[in-house]
Design a binder for this molecule. Sequence first.
Ligand code: FAD
Length: 432
Amino acid sequence: MSTLNRRQFLKASAGLAAVSAVGMPYLSHADSKGGHVVIIGGGAGGTIVAKYLRKADPSIQVTLVEKNADYYTCFMSNEVLGGDRTIDSLKFGYDALAKQGVEIVTEEATAIDPTAKTVTTSGGKTLKYDRLVVSPGISLVYEGIEGYSKEVAEKIPHAWKAGAQTTLLRGQLEAMKDGGVVIVTSPPNPYRCPPGPYERVSQIAHYLKKHKPKSKVLLLDAKDSFPKQGLFIQGWTKLYGYGTDKSLIQWLPAAEQGKVVRVDASDMSVYAGDLEDKHTADVINVIPPQKAGKIAIDSGLTDATGWCPVDKRTFESTLHKDVYVIGDAAITEMPKSAYSANSQAKVCVAAIVTSLQGKEMIEPSYVNTCYSIVGEDYGISVAAIFKYKEGALASVEGAGGVTPSDASADHLRREVLYAHSWFKNITVDMFS
Ligand SMILES: Cc1cc2nc3c(=O)[nH]c(=O)nc-3n(C[C@H](O)[C@H](O)[C@H](O)COP(=O)(O)OP(=O)(O)OC[C@H]3O[C@@H](n4cnc5c(N)ncnc54)[C@H](O)[C@@H]3O)c2cc1C
C-alpha cells in the first residue's frame, strides 16, 4: 500500500524542478484559443488544477485567484505542535506556477456571477471565465460552539488552518507548566482531515512525554468513533500509557459526555455533553464544526448541508453550469484530505480539457492515502482507490487498506519515512 503510494508520487513529481520568481501581466478577459479557466483557491486542489491545465493544453489561459501570498500546509502541521518540525517548513509560494504561465492574482474572490460567468475580486477586478474551478477549502463554524468566535480563537486557537494559528498553539504548549492540562475538541462529521484531531492529540502527547511528563491531554469528541481508531489506540497504549492511571491521553467520546457545547475563555473552561460537564485546562484547542469555504456558500454553490453537490465524474457543480468544485468543499465519498483534493483536481482537469475541446470525458479513478504520525518512529496509514459507479465514488475492493495491527516496529518506523516522503512529493506537485 505504502509502496504503491510512493511510486505514484515519485512518478508524478519526476523531473520537476524548482524555478525562480517570474511575474505575469494581468489579463481580465479570455483571449486565448483554448478558453479561459479561472481558479479560486491556491491550495491542495487549486494549484494542481492550474499546473495540469497548462500541461494538458498550453492554449488554455489559466488564472489562479488566491488571497494569501504564502500557503501554509495543514498537512504535517501537527508535527509543528509536536516540536519535530518548524512552521517555515510548511510555507510555500506561487512563483513556480507563475513561471509555468499561470496568472496569479493575489486577491480575495468576493463574488461569482454564474450567469455572466465572472469572478469579482477584492482589488476590483472582474475576471471573465469559460470554466471556473472553486477550491476554497473550509470555513469554520465558530457559532457552532457557544462562546467561541474568531476573536476568542486568538486565545483558544483552532489551528485548523495552518500558519499563525499553528504558531499560537505551539507557543501555548511551550509556555505551559509541567502538570498542565491540554484540551482538544474534535468536531462532528464531516470535517477536514478525519484522522487529524487524533494525530494532533498524539503529537501533543509526544511533546508532553518528552518535556512535560506530568501533564495530560484530554480529547473531547463530538463522535463515538474515528478513522484508524484501533491503530491509534494501539499506538497510544504503547507510547503514552493509554488506558492506565498514568495515561498522557484521555478520550471522552460523545456517549461519555464528550461533545463540546460551550467554551468560556475568561476562565479557560469547556462545557461538554447534555449535562454540560465543566472541564478546565491550561491550553485549549477547539476544532469547530465546518462547512465549505465562504465564497462557495455566498455564491449559491452549497446545499442545505453547507457543502457543494457535484457531478462526481467531473466535479461540475450540480447547481451552476461550468463551475467545478473540488477539495474539502465538495460533497463526495472521499475523505476531505489533501491527497483527495489532488486526485480530484486531476480528474477535474481531464473533465475541463475534454469539455473545452468537445471530446468525451475519460473514465476516471481516484485515490487517497492518509498517514498519521502517532509518535517517535510510529506511523500508520490508510489508502483507498475509488471508481465512479452510479453517481457515487465507490472504493475498489482489494485495493488499499490500513497498516496491519501486527505491524513490526520496523514497518511502523518506515510509515513515518513514507509520510515525510508523501509530504515532499505532494508539495513538489503543488508548488514546483
Ligand atoms: C491538522 C491537519 C492535518 C492534515 N493532514 C493531512 C494529511 O496528512 N494528508 C492529507 O491528505 N490531508 C491532510 N489535511 C487536510 C488538507 O489540509 C485539506 O484536505 C486540503 O488542504 C484541502 O484542499 P483544498 O484545496 O480543498 O483547500 P486548501 O488547501 O485549504 O486551499 C484553499 C485555498 O483557498 C484560498 N481561498 C479561500 N477562499 C478564497 C477566496 N474567496 N479568494 C481567494 N482565495 C481563497 C485559501 O487561502 C487557501 O489557500 C490536514 C488538515 C489539517 C487541518
